[in-house]
Write a protein that binds this ligand. Structure first.
Ligand SMILES: CC[C@H](C(=O)O)C(=O)SCCNC(=O)CCNC(=O)[C@H](O)C(C)(C)COP(=O)(O)OP(=O)(O)OC[C@H]1O[C@@H](n2cnc3c(N)ncnc32)[C@H](O)[C@@H]1OP(=O)(O)O
Length: 320
């Protein structure tokens, strides 16, 4: 029943993943539903969405380049360092749904406008949804959006300039790669703000950097330099910025060009191959060993003897 409800809004594969995410330690679904403290019936969800919409600053914008198959999601609320308002949470969901339907895509870049990434939840929106029930609904909504982003068959990269703070730091963990400029910082400042990670960041961070590094990053609330992020395995690449002063808006285009080129190195193969390889890797991260092998076999079988395979064989390639 729940699977059907979710799958009316997204692919079966994504729906399976969302359910799996919700099944804490493989508990039966029924016991998980008993754990959910608040009713999330569709009427509750609609009124919560209306509430989010009323906190209407900023936008989350999507551009899709059909030539190279790379899309860009831009968090756009520059007066508040791209803090995510209620409306932007809704925009974000629409953007992810759009990407789920984009069959021609290979990669996606998540970035912020005007030389900075994101300063977390918009504190005005936060002030207006402070009841435990509203907090739960907001977390549930963002968990689903970010799980669906994480599960896209596109190779995803967070391009971090300036600061990724609180929820902004959590957003970076929903991507496959994190590329930072040398002056950028990531800070899981939640505990300093008296709250836990509301957008699923702790769960994903532990999978990225392990238990002790995660506890260090989460419980210290400190801002991590790009060099530290690289050392700890949170960042994958650093883009050097020439100017020693603060990053400016003018840098943004250059940084985007370099970031895009960095992601493109993984998007050179045929569109379907890129998507299939991402799906296989995702399965290996999220499924048990045997299920992942089964999925990998099925995906492999789609490529074997296909046009890309035959073309490569005809070329008699030497891998020097
Ligand atoms: C589940 C997610 C979780 C939650 O929602 O509870 C979180 O995200 S917790 C973290 C919440 N975010 C913060 O606490 C960030 C607070 N902001 C800062 O620390 C700084 O503004 C910083 C480091 C992001 C940027 O510093 P900088 O010196 O470059 O800029 P300003 O401080 O002058 O900021 C400019 C302007 O933006 C406003 N601003 C910044 N962040 C937010 C925000 N999250 N919500 C609303 N408004 C924000 C800031 O107040 C300034 O406004 P102004 O009117 O010009 O004073």
């Amino acid at each position: 029943m729940t699977l059907r409800l979710i799958s009316s809004r997204c692919s079966i594969y994504t729906a399976e993943k969302i359910l799996r995410t919700r099944q804490v330690k493989r508990k039966p679904l029924r016991s998980l539903l008993r754990c959910r403290p608040y009713c999330t019936s569709s009427s509750h969800e609609i009124s919560f969405r209306e509430r989010l919409q009323s906190y209407g600053e900023g936008s989350v914008d999507l551009t899709k380049d059909e030539t190279d198959g790379i899309a860009v999601i831009t968090l756009n609320n520059p007066n508040k360092k791209n803090a995510v308002s209620g409306k932007m949470m809704l925009d974000f969901r629409n953007v992810v749904e759009d990407l789920e339907a984009w069959d021609d895509g290979k990669g996606v870049i998540l970035t912020g406008s005007q030389g900075t990434f994101c300063s977390g939840g918009d504190l005005t929106t936060v002030q207006n949804i402070l009841t435990p029930e509203q907090g739960y609904q907001m977390a549930d909504f963002m968990h689903e959006t970010l799980t669906r982003l994480h599960c896209l068959p596109l190779i995803s990269m967070a391009l971090v300039q300036g600061n990724a703070i609180g929820g902004g730091a959590e957003l970076t963990t929903a991507c496959d790669f994190r590329v930072m400029t040398n002056t950028a910082r990531i800070g899981f400042v939640h505990m300093k703000m008296g709250v836990l990670t509301g957008w699923g960041g702790a769960t994903r961070l532990v999978r990225l950097v392990g238990r002790s590094h995660s506890l260090d990053m989460l419980c210290s609330s400190r801002l991590l330099s790009s060099q530290e992020c690289l050392r700890q395995g949170l960042a994958d690449h650093i883009i050097p910025i020439q100017t020693p002063k603060k990053e400016s808006v003018e840098d943004h285009d250059d940084v985007m060009k370099i970031g895009r080129a960095w992601l493109s190195q993984y998007c050179r193969a045929d569109r379907q191959l890129v998507r299939d390889m991402k799906t296989a890797v995702l399965g290996a991260c999220e499924l048990d060993y045997m299920s992942s092998l089964e999925r990998e076999r099925a995906i492999f079988n789609r490529t074997w003897g296909g046009p890309a395979h035959k073309r490569a064989l005809d070329l008699n390639i030497k891998h020097s």
